[in-house]
Design a protein around this ligand. Structure first.
Ligand SMILES: C[S@@+](CC[C@H](N)C(=O)[O-])C[C@H]1O[C@@H](n2cnc3c(N)ncnc32)[C@H](O)[C@@H]1O
Length: 285
């Protein structure tokens, strides 16, 4: 499978879960959106590009800051994500933001046209990390700045346990469709795995031509109502295709074992807080 094929598969999957992403993930990520926007130092009148905008949270925040004399483009591969973003912008009455379906590895945008490029948990989804960083540099104006984030090298212990369970329970005889999805996911993981290490990313940023590249390692905490809520989200979003090829019985066993493994991590109120490493990268043109 080549990157273009893998990208199509990943885009189709995102279309399928876009509405669920908006209702179940976006409310949990509000703090992360705010902190990315603050770090990007967007100014009134700025021209901003949001890479992999999803349902537009960062682009909409940026549009409020730039005001009518500035403008924002939210770009995403997924038609459904774009549709939801446009709908939200319309409801907010924002006319200085537009959304375009576009691959961040080959931006259909002119050179030197943005003051800021931002991306919340999106650069880690591309299939060619280097191409993405080169493209963002190309579209930035002189002295413009890229600010984006994604996870660092370490996974939370809770997620590591869940990954082990997925390995144990996932279908040993996957359909052709699921085999292709696994292959696409593996390509995506391979594309960015080395850049979970901030030193590798900073080196790449320098090689591509960014000035003053910086990485800030922080901790992200996401609070779930309960361990059951966390497991349900995994099965409905990231692992939807895997869950669809498990029998009811296998799914039941997976959930039972997951809840017993996660029990020691829940608080008295049965909430589950997952903490992982998040890195913010910045670089200037
Ligand atoms: C984890 S979501 C994050 C969405 C949004 N930034 C947020 O934080 O709410 C990643 C997004 O990147 C998009 N994406 C993945 N690969 C892409 C690519 N090569 N070009 C453009 N968008 C891409 C996906 O469609 C998805 O909407």
């Amino acid at each position: 499978m080549d990157c273009a094929g893998a990208c199509r598969i990943s885009c189709g999957l995102t279309d399928e879960v876009a509405q669920l992403f908006e209702s179940r993930v976006v409310p949990l990520w509000q703090g992360v959106y705010d902190s990315l926007v603050a770090r990007a130092e967007i100014r009134p009148k700025s021209r901003v590009l949001d890479l992999g905008t999803g349902t537009g949270e960062v682009a909409l925040r940026a549009a409020k800051i730039t005001g009518p004399k500035g403008s924002v483009v939210g770009s995403d591969m997924s038609k459904e994500m774009i549709r939801i973003s446009e709908d939200k912008a319309r409801r907010l009455g924002l006319t200085n933001v537009s959304f375009r379906q576009m691959n961040m590895e080959a931006l259909d945008l002119p050179d030197d046209s943005f003051d800021r490029v931002v991306g919340n948990y999106s650069v880690c989804c591309c299939f060619d990390y280097r191409a993405t960083l080169s493209e963002t540099l190309r579209v930035l104006k002189h002295k413009g700045r890229l600010t984006y984030n994604h996870n660092g090298p370490g996974e939370s212990l809770e997620f590591q346990l869940m990954l082990r369970l997925l390995e144990k329970y996932r279908s040993k005889r996957p359909s052709g469709k699921l085999r292709a999805i696994r292959e696409a996911n593996a390509l995506q993981d391979r594309a960015w795995s080395q850049y979970r290490d901030p030193f590798a990313t900073l080196n790449l940023m320098r090689t591509v031509g960014y000035e003053f590249p910086e990485a800030t390692v922080t901790q992200r905490s996401v609070k779930y109502r309960s361990a059951q809520d966390y497991v349900n989200r995994l099965l409905k979003l990231s692992w939807k295709s895997e869950a669809e090829e498990m029998s009811e019985r296998t799914l039941g066993e997976l959930v039972r074992e997951a809840l017993s493994l996660l029990a020691p991590f829940s608080t008295n109120e049965s909430e589950l807080v997952i903490r992982d490493e998040m890195i913010f990268f910045t670089g200037c043109k």
